[in-house]
Write a protein that binds this ligand. Sequence first.
Ligand code: 5AD
Ligand code: SF4
Length: 474
Amino acid sequence: MNVADSNEMGRHLKAKGLVETQDPEDASIYLVNTCTVRQHAEDRAFSEIGRLGRWKAKRPGRKVVVSGCAAERTKEYLEDRFPFIDLVVGAKSIENFNEIAGRLLDRRATDEDLDYAVPAVNEKVAAFVTSMRGCNYSCTYCIVPYVRGREIYHSIDQILAEVRDRVSEGAREITLLGQTVNSYRHGQHRFGDLLRAVAGIDGVERIRFISPHPYYMTDRVIETMATVPQVCESLHLPVQSGSNTMLKSMMRNYTREHYIALAGKMRQAVPDMTLSTDIIVGFPGETEEDFRQTLSLVEELQFDWGFVFKYSAREGTPAAELECLPQELIEERHQRCLELVDRIALKKRLDLVGTIQDVLIEELGVGRTRTNYKVHVRREAQARQGAASINEAQARAERKPARSASPIGRSLKRRAQPQEKAAASSNIIHGDQVRVRITNAQRATLEGEVYNGNLAFENFREEDCRAGTCPDRQ
Ligand code: 5AD
Ligand code: SF4
């Protein structure tokens, strides 16, 4: 959700003529989009903001903007502790960011020559589209309903218009976003209708959604996932705990048995689907037996991957009133659970070695399978000849460019990024859909090589390759 919000704010700024830079020394505006879901996230945001005092002091005309959930929760504290902040935009105000940001861009308000350039076209292959904001749930550990407010659904027309915009900028994969994304309702429309409507837009090849709530994983949604070809075979379905006592205390509105039955139904309907989850360990009152229930659920369901979080008390939530478990116990359970989740995930990834996957390339040499594994892709020919691999080219390209000594205004102009130069010299570029043979799965990101040459599916002609006339082999 935060990435989507950052993109949205970025789009407004770009539409006003600003360009993005990776180098803080080049920047006139530094926007920190914060998260408050766990204390750790908030602490990291505060230390990042703290560092900006010096950044701003170097050129007083620079602007510091702090947005998002932590900004919503701690607005006054932020303004007191970091008086150099120019603008605080709480999570509830992100939709009004366009107007709010206008103030920042008043040239008279800055002593710098903000040398506006033509906005770059956003060519993200995989784009996020927000379909709802806020959350009507009251999970007792969660701060989100407090900082993001109650559910607001965007109309199907609004969502489709945004999908079309993203497609026209180069997107081929759309991820629908919401705190309980599958609770979608607008007029007569429910989530299944939304998925079908998005699938109906020309150019949308893949659809994903995060995060669904088990309660709204209805038969209709399952059937839509199983039958609409654009909807990918991958589901991230947070379970949080395997103990019914904990689920009740968390107010999750489902039981362990309900979740297991649902996972079974999903896997039956969508056989190759990957299933991933979120787990919280060390929730107040969690006994060793409760925790073992979580481990046994992980064993039973064999999640393809999972995120394991240490419970973090959030002020103002009902769970924050309860007595916390000792931190060492939380750490120990976190470790045990993570080891189990990671062991199963590695086994699942190793099973993929030797398989052929459809990979949509998102950036130079890196793409995703439909089942949502990230894959580093090498060209087969390069691998055989031992020539510089795409991965090496990418490593070169990603090396931080030397800091520019040019005046800030000039340096804001859009330069060709090294990645783009490297991409131009490579045959696999973002937006390509390639067949990849998985060669290695030890690390979280799979590795593979292009199978049968680097050709987009629609242009692929097997006879060319057999005859040796395939352009990729010459
Ligand atoms: N402590 C730990 N984890 C939390 N999450 C949400 N709130 C908390 C909290 N207070 C986790 C949940 C959720 C994910 C986004 O963050 O697992 O699914
Ligand atoms: Fe938080 Fe629960 Fe809403 Fe998810 S469903 S955002 S965990 S309150």
